[in-house]
Design a protein around this ligand. Structure first.
Ligand SMILES: *Cc1c(COP(=O)(O)O)cnc(C)c1O
Length: 479
């Protein structure tokens, strides 16, 4: 079967179908001779049915939240209700033009303004910008604000401290912004080693970037002390809130002493993601930092909404227009639909599901940093590795059982890491089935490990050479 639609041609004679095309003459008159094609485009000629089958069959070769359990830690692959897509598709949202006059876009501006207020309330921050297009973009926004803040105080700061368990985008962003990255150790219990942090704090420290719960899924109980220590050297405390799934309605980074936060709407709230689809990484700040936020900000005056363009201290515009509007609309509708109690239930169920799974899986896997976990937890396959089967092999074997692999080999401080995040949207039956599958794979490891080492055997491609794919990408298609 051809995999590329360009390799397909329909032999059907469709001449009896009504023509859908514009009359040629009408178009030709509009396009100057120099801009016209010299050759017909290499577009395959197919019927609608052929096209539908082609893409439906392609989609079935993939794993998605709509088709499979997807416990990818740190990514929060939760189910996003389809009703939110329908809301984002309403003409008032989807047909509006970003160059439209403020006066004609009051409804859209109101939604953006209210969203800023919702996020401020949820996180305990003073003000939000919705411009950043994803989490890493939010981090960039946050660290630019850190730089602007210290410049405004004529302070020279060169270092950003980051725990060794951090998401890779944290050190990448700090380095991109010109800071020296200094790693802070994790304690034996899986928390920021406060003594190590304090030893590394000095007047040259601009910021401490933190994730709480951290990437081991554990809540940082010393957070108040940590924030005080960083503030004592006039450093700012940055909250990587990509996954705030465990804290909604329960506690707030603003109350913990964080100065700047970013949220991933596509993880914590409701925007379908994966495959690089549009995300949204709003950034919130405490009161003293509002002036540095990207411009324009959306403000309210006399019952109307407008863009504040006079912002002398602002780090400037971060993205075209005001952010990924469709992503923001989906999360706005999600927050409104759930309300305060609903959001709290999201977090309670995310925590319950994670702890249930961890407790059951502890029977066969090591948990190097074991404690009451938040929305996710990290297993180690080091016991399995002694039998010759690694975390990667188990991840691949899961595909044969119709489960997307968890995140593996992250966080870096856990040997043979398997990071599992079930999310609140999964039923107990699905979690039990996942446990059954992992016990089955454990049995295979004990009795016939080759099955696991050869996996996956039921997918369209088996193991691919990921290094070669990255180093020698072949981006051509055959005509
Ligand atoms: C996903 C994630 C990020 C980066 O977010 P993107 O939207 O992928 O740029 C940053 N930190 C943590 C903890 C994450 O899980």
């Amino acid at each position: 079967m051809s995999e590329l639609i360009f390799e397909k041609h329909s032999r059907n004679d469709a001449s009896w179908l009504p023509s859908l095309e514009m009359p040629e003459a009408a178009l030709l008159g509009q396009i100057p001779q120099t801009h016209r094609r010299k050759m017909a485009p290499a577009i395959p000629s197919l019927s609608e049915l052929d096209v539908v089958r082609h893409f439906t069959n392609l989609s079935k070769k993939n794993f998605s939240v709509d088709s499979h359990f997807y416990p990818l830690g740190s990514c929060t692959m939760k189910y996003n209700p389809k009703s939110l897509d329908a809301i984002a598709g309403l003409a008032g949202f989807s047909q509006i033009h970003p160059y439209q006059d403020e006066a004609d876009a009051q409804g859209a501006l109101r939604v953006l303004f209210e969203m800023q207020a919702f996020l401020s309330e949820i996180t305990g921050m003073a003000e939000f910008t919705l411009q950043p297009a994803a989490g890493a973009h939010g981090e960039l926004c946050g660290l630019l604000i850190v730089g602007a803040y210290h410049r405004s105080k004529k302070e020279k700061k060169t270092k950003v401290l980051i725990p060794d368990s951090a998401h890779g985008t944290n050190p990448a962003t700090a380095a991109l912004c010109g800071y020296e990255v200094v790693q802070v150790r994790t304690s034996a219990k899986g928390h920021v080693d406060v003594a190590d942090l304090k030893a590394k704090l000095g007047d040259d420290v601009a910021c401490f970037m933190m994730t709480n719960p951290n990437t081991l899924g554990l809540f940082e109980e010393d957070i108040l002390e940590i924030a005080r220590a960083v503030h004592a050297v006039d450093g700012l405390v940055y909250y990587d809130g990509a996954n705030m799934n465990a804290l909604l309605g329960i506690c707030r980074p603003g109350d913990m002493g964080f100065d700047i936060v970013h949220l991933n709407l596509h993880k914590t709230f409701a925007v379908p993601h994966g495959s690089g689809g549009p995300g949204s990484g709003p950034v919130g700040v405490r009161k003293e930092l509002i002036g540095f936020l990207p411009s324009p900000r959306i403000l309210k005056k006399d019952g109307g909404f407008f863009f504040e363009k006079n912002a002398p201290q602002s780090i400037g515009k971060l993205r075209s227009f005001y952010g990924n509007f469709g992503a923001i609309i989906r999360s706005y509708a999600y927050i409104r639909a759930l309300g305060r109690e609903g959001l709290e239930a999201v977090s309670e169920n995310a925590i319950l599901n994670a702890n249930y799974l961890k407790t059951r899986l502890k029977e066969i896997f090591d948990v190097p940093y074991d404690g009451f976990c938040m929305h996710e937890f990290v297993l180690s396959a080091r016991r399995q590795k002694m039998k010759g089967v690694k975390a990667l092999d188990i991840a691949k074997r899961l595909l044969d059982y119709g489960v997307h692999a968890p995140t593996v080999y992250f966080p870096l401080i856990v040997e043979e890491a398997m990071m599992i995040e079930p999310t609140e949207t999964e039923s107990k039956e699905t979690l039990d089935e996942f446990v059954r599958v992992l016990f089955q794979i454990q049995k295979e490891i004990d009795e016939e490990p080759q099955k696991v080492l050869d996996a996956p055997s039921t997918t369209p491609v088996s193991r691919i050479d990921e290094v070669r794919a990255a180093r020698e990408p072949n981006l051509r298609f055959r005509r």
